[in-house]
Every structure is written in structure tokens, then in C-alpha cells.
Design a binder for this molecule. Structure first.
Ligand code: MLT
Length: 226
């Protein structure tokens, strides 16, 4: 495991157990989390993947976040855009440093981390092959819609979430569908916190995506993840 700093970002990188073009999970924590928070989750979701886990650079009363907000659910859009590009630059730098397969970088974000992952899909779509977004909101509506051309996105939402309403989840789903992304929306009878059922649903979805890829031998792609 490497704990390091690049472009001013504190992060962990855990190489994949095998080296034949493994996928990478970009793990993005929630408000108040850090670079260690989602490592176990990443291993559960894709045991054979490399894990890249940066800590959010913004501090809100000592709690790390990926971008500033003005109030709960009200984002500082200028900061969000700048931080989205900064994070995308970090991913590109790490891709070169660790020789990652740039076509297999999946974001896995929770809450604030899911919001910046969604923002990356919208503003720097070339950086991510897809995303798993737990409890995400619409981060921003871009001036120009990107073309996500069937990029796989898994949204996991809680029907009882006091922070992200079902309407907000629907709004995000519609926005992503508009970009051409291949969106799967999964509902849990849960609040904002992650449940084991969320994790199992995301794991099954990721595996299904890996085995369904038509451009490579099925078993080969599946092995890269599991
Ligand atoms: C955010 O600020 O990104 C969302 O409100 C989620 C949160 O971090 O509470």
C-alpha cells in the first residue's frame, strides 16, 4: 500500500493483485471521511482491482470534502468546477505514475464523493469508464452536455434519505440518461447511510458489467474484477 501525496492530494494507492490490465476503483469518501474510509468497500466490490483513494482537499470545520458548499445541498459551483478538474488531473497523473488502464477507471463515491464523481462524469467524461454512485445528488448542470455513449453508471439511493430526496435522485438519473449514459437506479429502504444490501447490489452490478462486455473474452474480463 502506498500513502502518498501528488498535486497536493493525500491519497492511498493499492495495486491490483494481478497485473494484466486490471480495473481501478477511484474511491471517493463522504464529508468528514478520508482516504482510508472506502478501502474495504473497494476490496469487497472488486477484489482484483487496483484502488486509488484520494482525500478531499476542502476542509469544512475540519471535515474533509471534495468541494465547498454554502449550505447543506447548496454547492459553491465555482469551487465545484475547479475541484472537479483538479481531481481529474490527479487521476490522470496517477494513471501515468502507476501505469493504470485508463479505459478501466471506475469511480465509487459515497455522498459528497458521489457528487464530485457525478461532476467528473459531466465535466471530464474521458477520465472515467463508469461510476458507482451511492446517495448522489445533481452536482451541477453543465452548459454543454457531454456524450457518455453508454457509459455504465450505478445509482444507489435510499427511499428514506433525509439529504437526497427521491425527486433529486430522479433528476440525476434523467440528467445522466440525457448524456447517453447507461444508468441503473437501485433503491433501498434506507436513509443516507450505506447498507450491506447497497454494497451487494453494487458488487453484483459491477460483476454483471464485467462479464457482459462484448469486446473481450468474458471470463478474462470477469477475472480482472473478481
Ligand atoms: C454534499 O455536500 O456533497 C452533500 O450534501 C452530501 C453531504 O456531504 O452531506
Amino acid at each position: 500500500m502506498t500513502a502518498s501525496e501528488s498535486l497536493g492530494v493525500i491519497y492511498r494507492f493499492i495495486p491490483a493483485p494481478e497485473t494484466d490490465s486490471p480495473p481501478t476503483l477511484l474511491l471517493l469518501h463522504g464529508t468528514g471521511g478520508d482516504e482510508t474510509d472506502l478501502l474495504d468497500l473497494g476490496r469487497q466490490l472488486a477484489p482484483a482491482a487496483a484502488l486509488l483513494s484520494p482525500r478531499g482537499k476542502v476542509s469544512e470545520n475540519g471535515m474533509p470534502r471534495y468541494f465547498r458548499r454554502l449550505a447543506e445541498g447548496v454547492f459553491d459551483l465555482e469551487d465545484l468546477q475547479a475541484r472537479t478538474h483538479e481531481l481529474a488531473d490527479f487521476v490522470e497523473t496517477a494513471t501515468q505514475r502507476y501505469r493504470l488502464d485508463s479505459e478501466r477507471i471506475f469511480a465509487v463515491g459515497f455522498s459528497n464523493g458521489a457528487n464530485i464523481a457525478a461532476s467528473m462524469l459531466l465535466l471530464r467524461p474521458q477520465v472515467l469508464a463508469g461510476a458507482v454512485l451511492f446517495r448522489a445528488m445533481v452536482p451541477l448542470v453543465p452548459g454543454t452536455m457531454p456524450h457518455l455513449h453508454g457509459r455504465p453508471v450505478f445509482l444507489a439511493a435510499g427511499r428514506l434519505d433525509p439529504i437526497v430526496s427521491p425527486e433529486e435522485t430522479e433528476r440525476l438519473r434523467r440528467l445522466l440518461v440525457q448524456t447517453g449514459a447507461n444508468v441503473t437506479l437501485h433503491w433501498e429502504n434506507a436513509g443516507h447511510g450505506l447498507t450491506p444490501a447497497d454494497i451487494e447490489a453494487a458488487r453484483t452490478w459491477l460483476q454483471g458489467w464485467a462479464t457482459a462486455r462484448g469486446d473481450r473474452a468474458r471470463s478474462q474480463e470477469s477475472k480482472r474484477w473478481t
